[in-house]
Ligand binder design. Structure first.
Ligand code: IPE
Ligand code: IPE
Ligand code: MG
Length: 248
């Protein structure tokens, strides 16, 4: 198989990314943390373009966690402003590139102007059929799982669902990601090797890729390196290697 063929084979359908390290990147340059967040936007653009170009169908970006609300107010405000400014600036280009924008997380917790801008981007791109760009905003997996559990408990209580009907499929349908397949690959930048409350249910069998590269230094080449690493892994799902590749 040629390298090009290999590159186009086995592209993960869904890639999830914990974009981490903006603050440290800025600090290394003697700058304010917000400077790092601004630089990180360029990485977002490059990764979105690269993911779309190689045929990834879903790209989930962890942009702001529930826990991030606990950061100093000035940083939280700057991040929300940056979010609004970025989506405003990028939405036409995303639309032109057939990208569909989605948001997962506690939407109501976002500032009204941010909700409005995100809603407009989602509406504008709703019919697009290319890359699904899923922004995790005010998102945490525990929040999501507890919310799903409450909804299911309510359904059992009002008799529309029985306890033994609670399958993986039913549970999945109550998650924010009900419309998306689970990620096959999760990338985290900045050298931290933790999940930080991201997609705990959906990442059950994902391949995890950790890189010391700080998010503002992460771009096309680094994304392709992560994809290539993924392509060289054997996903066994509890089976043996011989079952996966009988000729071995
Ligand atoms: C990731 O970079 C961006 C957000 C969490 C919003 P950080 O801001 O966490 O940067 P570090 O980890 O402090 O370097
Ligand atoms: C995770 O990064 C959240 C996002 C990238 C949005 P953090 O920097 O907030 O995670 P911790 O605090 O290092 O776990
Ligand atoms: Mg961080």
């Amino acid at each position: 198989m040629s390298n090009t063929e290999k590159e186009h084979k086995n592209i993960p359908e869904h890639v999830a990314v914990i974009m981490d390290g903006n603050g440290r990147w800025a600090k290394e340059r003697g700058q304010d943390r917000v400077y790092g967040h601004h630089a990180g936007v360029l990485s977002v653009r490059e990764v979105v373009n690269t993911a779309g170009a190689i045929g990834v169908k879903y790209l989930t970006l962890y942009a702001f966690s529930t826990e991030n609300w606990n950061r100093p107010k000035a940083e939280v405000d700057a991040l929300m402003e940056l979010l609004v400014a970025t989506i405003r600036k990028e939405v036409d280009e995303l639309h032109k590139n057939n990208v569909r924008v989605h948001v997962i997380g506690d939407f109501d917790a976002l500032p009204p102007v941010c909700q409005k801008e995100m809603q407009e981007a989602m509406d504008m791109t709703a019919a697009n059929t290319g890359l699904n760009l899923i922004l995790a905003l005010s998102y945490s997996a525990k929040w999501e799982i507890l919310r799903a559990t409450r909804q299911i408990a309510e359904a059992v209580k009002n008799g529309s669902l029985s306890a033994d009907e609670i399958t993986d499929e039913v549970f999945h349908s109550h998650l924010c990601t009900s419309r998306f397949p689970d990620p096959e690959l999760m990338i985290r930048t900045s050298g931290e090797t933790r999940i930080s409350n991201f997609l705990l249910y959906q990442l059950a069998y994902a391949e995890l890729y950790f890189t010391p590269t700080l998010w503002p230094d992460f771009g096309k080449d680094q994304f392709l390196a992560a994809i290539s690493d993924y392509q060289n892994r054997e996903r066994r799902f509890g089976m043996t290697s011989e079952q996966i590749q009988p000729s071995k």
